[in-house]
Design a protein around this ligand. Structure first.
Ligand code: SF4
Length: 354
């Protein structure tokens, strides 16, 4: 298969949806923090879109930049402590450089976030229903009674039994799964166009995880919003995502339709993530974890950041992997890929069948 190199900012991969459905457009985003060891390059030259009615999964190990990029969408970084360049247009508003007042207006009315730990969003001293009602009143000129009714409706919609009674309770009276549902209700009460869910199921047991993923999926279809799901878990991606962006060391390394990427990865790192998922038939010693650890974002390796951990380097002529950063190119199958392998699709097919 031949590969056609294009620039990093290319948005040419082939999702057949109208441009009007794009609610978020991230272009050439870089995020840098100071540290005692030197600047931390948390995100570099990242470009992607989120579209109404679709779920985009952003995947990678910790330190890949996936959570930093989502925090940037909500303007949650202290501008004095971070350097952000590039462009993030959310529902027509440029976020990079926006004032706190602009961001406050966008948060929850246009974009909402569900975190791994619901405690970080739900205030422990206020009743759950009140918190949802107040979030509603912040964007709607309605009476307390109407907002309270809306809060109960939202709790019911996210599958909380006895929503009337539950609305009067405090977060500590909810189980972990119920708190997560309540946070989703809080996130969706103003019909945001974009919901960002950052590892929303990591702290939950497997059964509750599946219920929360189903809930996000159902609500996404019902509300027609765009969802960005930040996760390290490819099993979660397979469950709910339409599109996938795989990040490594702050950069996008593979991007495409989730079902295609998961069934036929083209990047050695994506392949490594897939091979390290346990399945029911695996013996423990048959799992092939990616060797080594992710690099420091202060001292990134030369060339391809993945080269110290990559088993495919010897299939690339010369020392290109060590000397030169691969560009994000668009392959003839519509996939975006950052790798020097001359025929990545065939190489990965051979790896899977070996
Ligand atoms: Fe591996 Fe080289 Fe591709 Fe990087 S560019 S993923 S080191 S083959």
């Amino acid at each position: 298969m031949s590969a056609q190199p294009t620039s990093d900012s290319s948005a040419a991969w082939q999702v057949k949806v109208a441009a009007a459905d794009v609610v978020l457009k991230v272009d050439d985003l870089s995020v840098r923090f100071p540290s005692d060891e030197g600047p931390v390059n948390a995100v570099q030259n990242l470009s992607y879109e989120a579209r109404l009615g679709r779920t985009l999964a952003i995947v990678g190990e910790s330190g890949s930049g996936k959570s930093v990029s989502s925090m940037t969408l909500l303007g949650l970084h202290n501008p004095k402590r971070s350097m952000i360049t590039g462009s993030i247009v959310l529902d027509g508003t440029q976020i990079v450089g926006a004032t706190e007042e602009t961001m406050r207006g966008l948060r929850s009315s246009t974009v909402a976030m569900v975190f791994q730990d619901p405690q970080s969003s739900l205030h422990p001293f206020f009743r759950v229903g009140k918190q949802i009602a107040e979030a509603y009143r912040a964007h709607h000129d309605v009476s307390r009674a109407i907002a309270d009714k809306r809060a109960v409706e939202m709790l019911e919609r996210v599958g909380i039994p006895n929503p009337d009674r539950r609305a009067r309770q405090y977060p500590h009276e909810f189980s972990g799964g119920m708190r997560q549902r309540a946070m989703i209700a809080l996130g969706l009460v103003n019909d945001p166009k974009l919901l960002v869910a950052d590892e929303p199921t990591t702290a939950l047991d497997v059964t509750v995880q599946a219920q929360i993923l189903d809930l996000i999926n159902d609500l996404q279809k019902e509300f027609g919003s765009a969802v960005i799901l930040i996760t390290h878990d490819l099993a979660v991606v397979a469950e709910v995502a339409d599109d996938i962006l795989v990040m490594y060391a702050g950069r996008a390394v593979e991007r495409g339709l989730a079902k295609d990427v998961l069934s036929q990865p083209n990047h050695p790192y994506t392949m490594g993530l897939l091979l390290s998922i346990p399945s029911a038939s695996d013996e423990v010693d048959e799992l092939r974890a990616i060797r080594g650890t992710p690099p420091s974002l202060v001292h990134l390796p030369s060339g391809c950041s993945f080269h110290p951990r990559c088993d495919f380097r010897d299939q690339v002529p010369g020392d290109l992997c060590v000397s030169t950063l691969p560009e994000l190119r668009t392959l003839s199958n519509g996939r975006q890929l950052r790798c020097h392998l001359p025929d990545p699709e065939q190489t990965m097919i051979e790896e899977i069948s070996s």
